[in-house]
Design a protein around this ligand. Structure first.
Ligand code: ATP
Ligand code: MG
Length: 208
């Protein structure tokens, strides 16, 4: 006799967008914690293309940021890196990120992971209303920022305490520029990639 129909469980997919210049253990712990608590099948890290909110500073080439994310996530069977934002021309908007990832994973239930600082900016994002419809938002704690979902509808956003990692990409870049170590702030392979490609070094004052 046919086995009783078992409702197929929808795939649960986390999306973590970021500049990842470079990816660090704050990103990885946040993704890991959300994956565990939300029973996610996978988390996709999506490095931005041209980050429109960071136009003021020079962002490292997308290919470097992509490869560091690949190196950092390679050992985790549930972590992946997507090229959707870096392969799309023009500035990155989260609404496009989510739509493109969704198109590649039809039927998946989407969980967009953001740190406290990014969450507070959601309403400034392009097409904020459809962004909130496409995915459930998980706002995670981040040292130095207040985590609040004020102005955001309760049913679309959940706030979550994750282990506090007082790490930022900006601080990592500054440390490298100052000749200070980033060991243990970023994965070992990322330290080595930064050194190999001379990323974040101060522009050398070439004598003429
Ligand atoms: P930058 O200093 O260049 O802005 P960043 O460390 O903030 O870099 P982003 O790539 O801007 O890293 O962040 C990507 C996502 O990861 C954002 O949602 C951000 O809030 C979150 N995030 C970054 N660092 C942490 C951290 N230490 N703890 C929790 N969430 C974090
Ligand atoms: Mg940031």
């Amino acid at each position: 006799s046919p086995s009783p129909a078992r409702p197929e469980r929808r795939e649960r997919l986390g999306i973590m967008g970021g500049t990842f210049d470079p990816i660090h253990h704050g990103h990885l712990v946040a993704a890991s914690e959300v994956a565990s608590l939300y029973d996610l099948d996978e988390v996709v890290f999506v490095p931005t293309g041209e980050p429109w909110q960071k136009a003021a500073r020079q962002v490292s080439p997308a290919e470097h940021r992509y490869l560091m994310a690949v190196i950092a996530t390679a050992s985790n069977p549930r972590f992946w890196v997507s090229r959707v934002d870096i392969d799309r021309s023009g500035p990155t908007y989260s609404v496009d990120t989510i739509r493109d990832v969704a198109a590649q994973r039809p039927g998946a239930e989407l969980f967009f992971i953001t740190g406290a600082d990014a969450l507070s900016q959601i309403l400034s994002w392009k097409d904020a209303a459809s962004v909130l419809e496409l995915a459930h938002f998980v706002g995670v704690t981040r040292p130095g920022y207040e985590l609040t979902n004020s102005h955001l509808p309760d049913d679309t956003v959940t706030l979550l305490d994750v282990p506090a990692m007082a790490i930022s990409s900006s601080a990592c870049r500054e440390r490298v520029a100052d000749g200070r170590p980033v060991w243990y702030l970023v994965p070992d392979g990322v330290v080595q990639y930064i050194n190999k490609h001379h990323l974040y070094r101060p522009v050398s004052s070439t004598s003429s």
